[in-house]
Design a binder for this molecule. Structure first.
Ligand code: FE
Length: 165
């Protein structure tokens, strides 16, 4: 047993997180693009990793991207697919996205809303059709986006702190 304490967690263990993933307060959703939001759940600065919900209320191509580390997804609502694959991720689907794959996230026209939980390591590298990098996101750009949004909507910039380890 650990020898430094008598409680239920080691004193150097990070705090746990247990929250409503989809609370009634719309302000937790951070706008990402037209018709696209994310809801941060866990922002891991030690391993460069984050968990969030992605919510999309528009159809068509969202992004073409590469991630050099693995991504795990679980579809909570709606459906989506990658142009490069013939499968469709729909409500209840689990998806593993291998490191090094380039794919183009697309929501079909008959899907009014999709919500997917993503566990993303490393970064998202956004690419154009010629595979030239046009942007990137990592846990730190996510934190910055959240801080700006939560300050603007009145939750306060520090609202994001509860999700950061
Ligand atoms: Fe992906």
């Amino acid at each position: 047993m650990y020898d430094t304490f008598n409680g239920s967690a080691h004193p150097r263990s990070p705090r746990e997180i247990a929250i409503a993933a989809m609370p009634g307060d719309e302000r937790v959703w951070v706008p990402q693009a037209e018709g696209v939001w994310f809801r941060p759940l866990f922002l891991n600065t030690l391993q460069g990793q984050w968990c969030n919900l992605l919510r999309v209320r528009r159809a068509g191509i969202l992004s073409r991207h590469l991630h050099p580390q693995p991504v795990h997804g679980y579809v909570i609502k709606g459906r989506w697919h990658y142009l490069e694959h013939d499968w469709v991720a729909e409500t209840g689907s689990y998806v593993f996205e291998p490191p090094g794959e380039i794919h183009t996230l697309t929501v079909p026209a008959d899907c009014e809303e999709m919500i997917t939980f993503f566990n993303i390591s490393g970064c998202m590298v956004y690419l154009d059709e010629a595979n030239r990098q046009v942007g990137f996101e990592d846990v730190f750009t996510k934190i910055d986006m959240c801080r700006r949004h939560y300050e603007k909507v009145g939750l306060g910039a520090d609202y994001i702190e509860q999700f950061i380890r």
